[in-house]
Design a protein. Structure first.
Length: 275
């Protein structure tokens, strides 16, 4: 976020690792965790919504095809924007608060919830949903590629429950899915971050998505749309590797025949081996 929104005329950070070092040096290691409250509050609901909607949509579509995997993932991405947008707004504002300060001189927000409450009081629902359109444009295709890549990777690697290397394969598939999904729509994420950060300090620069795109490109060229990409990809692999592997292993266990026999008195329905 800091790399995406920093002033090109007076940049604070030269790149991902310089940003990382500067935050620790200037704000201590706790500076790396600014805004953590918002994701901790929202990600549980987001993941539950995403995997639930994707699974039910895929079943409703009938056939497990690459196109249906993409459509089911896109549907899940679109619906979770309702939670994702306000969550990321609070996260962005908290991460930008007190940049370069060890002890905050002026603290606008106490925490993520306080941030959302103050934005709502000042700007109403429109303020809480700042960046909703750009979030929707980013998340809808991104989650389509997310689930499509995971499905293709697990099939290619032959991930089956009895495979002794199934966990490493799932971790690799999940990590690659996260990278592909971010690469597919990353420029939109830059615009979203800039729109959600707009107004911090009382100065508003952009009138909307197209105005933000035009001004950003005019000032910094096409490279502006790749700002922060390295740090995003470094985060994407382990986060999504853990997410997908955990969900898949949990579902494999819950759908196992032995577990079904323990839980249900009736006949066991044969489960397909495909993930």
């Amino acid at each position: 976020v800091r790399l995406q929104v920093q002033n090109v005329e007076k940049p604070l950070y030269r790149g991902t690792f310089h940003c990382f070092q500067s935050i620790i040096k200037q704000e201590s290691a706790f500076g790396l965790y600014k805004g953590i409250g918002s994701p901790m509050m929202g990600l549980t609901f987001i993941n539950a919504l995403v995997f639930g909607v994707q699974g039910n949509t895929l079943r409703a579509l009938g056939k497990d095809t690459p196109l249906n995997q993409f459509l089911a993932g896109s549907a899940a991405g679109a619906i979770q924007c309702v939670i994702c947008c306000p969550m990321e707004l609070a996260k962005t504002r908290m991460q930008l608060q007190g940049t370069g300060e060890y002890k905050l001189k002026t603290k606008n927000y106490k925490n993520s919830l306080d941030c959302l409450i103050k934005i709502y009081r000042k700007e109403g629902l429109r303020g809480i949903n700042r960046g909703m359109v750009s979030t929707f444009i980013r998340e809808t295709p991104s989650f389509g590629f997310y689930f499509l890549t995971y499905d293709c990777m697990t099939r290619y690697l032959g991930c089956e429950a009895e495979d002794s290397y199934v966990i490493p394969k799932l971790l690799f598939s999940g990590g690659m899915s996260g990278i592909v999904s971010w690469l597919s729509t990353y420029p939109v994420d830059v615009i979203k971050s800039r729109l959600q950060a707009d107004g911090v300090g009382g100065v508003t620069q952009y009138n909307g998505i197209l105005d933000c795109v035009r001004k950003s490109y005019h000032e910094e060229g096409w490279r502006v749309f790749t700002r922060g990409l390295t740090s995003t990809l470094l985060r994407a692999f382990p986060v999504n590797a853990a997410t997908f592997a955990t969900v898949t292993v949990f579902l494999m266990y819950m759908r196992s025949e032995d577990n079904l026999r323990e839980c249900e008195p009736g006949p066991v329905i044969q489960q397909p081996s495909s993930l």
